[in-house]
Ligand binder design. Sequence first.
Ligand code: GCO
Ligand code: MG
Length: 402
Amino acid sequence: MKIRNAFVNITSPGRNFVTLKIETDEGIYGLGDGTLNGRELAVASYLSDHLIPCLIGRDPFQTEDIWQYLYRGAYWRRGPVTMASIAAVDVALWDIKGKALNTPVYNLLGGRSRQGVMVYAHANGKDITHAIEDVERHRQLGYRAIRVQSGFSGNKSTYGVPKATGRYEPAERGLPSEYDWATEPYLRHVPKLFERVRDHFGEDLHLLHDCHHRLTPIEAAGLGKELEPYHLFWIEDPVPAEFEEGYRIIREHTTTPIATGEVFNSIWDAHDLIRNQWIDYIRMTIVHGGGITHLKKVADFAALYHVRTGFHGATDLSPVTMAAALHFNTAINNFGIQEHMPHSEETDAVFSHNYTFKDGYMFPGDAPGLGVDLDENLAAQYPYQRAYLPINRKLDGTLADW
Ligand code: GCO
Ligand code: MG
């Protein structure tokens, strides 16, 4: 079998997605996700202008060699644009391989290691009372693990909580909008939030929280300590994740588990964090981490240090990535949890898929390959729309981490 052609699809059914479709001379095709929130067109160009010409005529079964060719062969390694582009190719090739061998991708990665993939949902509210209502709503939907974010006095708006009513969506159309940020009221607020949530729901639920890169190591260490009585599943991205040694300070002070890495794109971003056991969960996922081929190596390395996976799964990761992650999570031994932020109906209509949700677990389905398809006619009805993640400023105007 040979790769005959490949092309990039950009569509915006509620939000932007970049999808690579690789076609073979035997009529089998595969899909890969290359969505990089707010930088979609850079990946599309990297794929169309630089990668696709190198793929034509190659054997799509050679996932390892093609990965090495695109990674080592470029000389310029790593970085989110490069690695999302390589991931799009890699995942499309695994999809082709599964379809050609008539088996779901999880069977190519070791087979089933578990019955289902535990996922966590997002609950949020403009204050603690509304957040508790949203936790209850998700509990009734069957979720056993719930991330909780809430607004607090001292900040007009914050990460994870929609500004107006409606779903929370990370990117907003148009140019970047601006939010304000004050650390002190946030640090006073979060322990109260989890005290109330635990009081209300007891110990049965797994509770998670995303600090979204906003604290200093010593602030995060203090927060982790104050949260210990509420037994969180994790706190996520307590400090900007490229600052690896910051995690050592957090670790020295608290036993609250730590997750990070959704912005990582290489094993070298996580190497010290893992080998020093400064984190418990690695969040780098398939689309931003160079695809299945690279993530398999990362997961195996992490397993040596009792670090488990907790893949990023916000709405900017397309259903193609969700499917790939579910196959991956089904097969590896050191799976921890998977983030699940359901896509809009428009997105699900453009990307029909075989994966399902029931009682807090997701299942990849048994269709050959990944079990996702792209309705190109419907996709064409949703042209790309410029969108960005917001930016964050301290109350005096200083630019801060979003
Ligand atoms: C999460 C993330 C997202 C990101 C977004 C960036 O944990 O789900 O932090 O909300 O901000 O995916 O594109
Ligand atoms: Mg996050």
